[in-house]
Design a protein around this ligand. Structure first.
Ligand SMILES: Nc1ncnc2c1ncn2[C@@H]1O[C@H](COP(=O)(O)OP(=O)(O)OP(=O)(O)O)[C@@H](O)[C@H]1O
Ligand SMILES: [Mg+2]
Length: 258
């Protein structure tokens, strides 16, 4: 960990007309840190993640991002083209539904290679080599490289989506329920894989999950959301073993302990 946060969020808020998405969100994310955002359906988790990743414009507050060169930039005032470049290079976004994060009409190799081409690599052999390497890292057999995601199972699609996101060596990865919709054994395998990659690559991650077992396994810190606001925040073990807020206690007690 270095001595400056990679992301500094202050008083972030988003409303949809009269409906509250999220409000009063403030936190720092440190390099190499995995932050889990948990809470019931409708508590504002996806809204927060989309605002942080600038896929959705916040109504208020600030998000300051530490660039690779060390400069600190407010994402709200960053030109669109520069934000898009960050999304293609420095950041990853893993969607709950792999179809939202993959190009379903092209091969697995192209799904991974495309992100490399987007950052200027034009060497076909090298791109294919890197794609093969990443497919093997997410445990997809080399002979599947020319298959499209439609020929993959749900778990394989999710692993492909992860490879597509990580191939550009991002520094910050956003994940929205990456293991939702997968059956339990596939989930466990994927979690194991994600944990290894996050550790090996020293990624900073913000992961939205309603599954406290996922948060326990992957995260260093947890933020608990309710009705659009953060009601409790702390180190993962502290929050899960000694929850302070009645709502967090309820969440923890309703989940079977791993
Ligand atoms: N596009 C939208 N238009 C209007 N209201 C929205 C929109 N998206 C979200 N909301 C509202 O914002 C609140 C937070 O929704 P959000 O999707 O962020 O919750 P969530 O915690 O991700 O829930 P889930 O666990 O079900 O995915 C909810 O009241 C929701 O109805
Ligand atoms: Mg959501």
């Amino acid at each position: 960990m270095t001595d400056a946060p990679i992301l500094e969020v202050r008083d972030l808020a988003k409303t949809y007309g009269a409906r509250l998405g999220c409000a009063d969100i403030s936190f720092d994310l440190w390099p190499g840190e995995v932050l889990a955002v948990v809470g019931e359906s409708g508590s504002g988790k996806t809204t927060l993640l989309n605002c942080l990743s600038t896929r959705l414009a916040a109504d208020g507050g600030s998000i300051v991002y530490a660039m690779r060169d060390g400069s600190r930039r407010d994402l709200a005032t960053m030109p669109e083209a520069e934000r898009r470049f960050l999304m293609r290079t420095d950041w990853g976004f893993v969607h709950q539904n792999p179809a939202d994060g993959l190009r379903m009409g092209v091969s697995a190799g192209a799904n991974v290679g495309e992100r490399l081409m987007a950052i200027g690599d034009r060497h076909y052999g090298r791109i294919r080599g890197t794609a093969l390497d990443w497919l093997s890292r997410v445990e997809i057999a080399a002979d599947r490289i020319d298959d499209g995601p439609r020929a993959f199972s749900g778990g394989m699609r999710q692993r492909l989506q992860i490879a597509r996101n990580l191939v550009t060596a991002p520094r910050l990865v956003f994940m929205d329920e990456p293991t939702g919709g997968l059956d339990v054994s596939v989930q466990a395998r994927l979690l194991d894989l994600m944990r290894g990659l996050v550790r090996d690559l020293g990624l900073s991650v913000i992961i939205v999950t309603h599954d406290l077992a996922v948060a326990r396994l992957l995260s260093h810190r947890i933020m608990v959301m309710k009705d659009g606001r953060v009601i409790e925040e702390g180190l993962t073990d502290r929050v899960l073993d000694d929850p302070r807020q009645p709502y967090t206690q309820l969440l923890v007690s309703s989940i079977p302990q791993a």
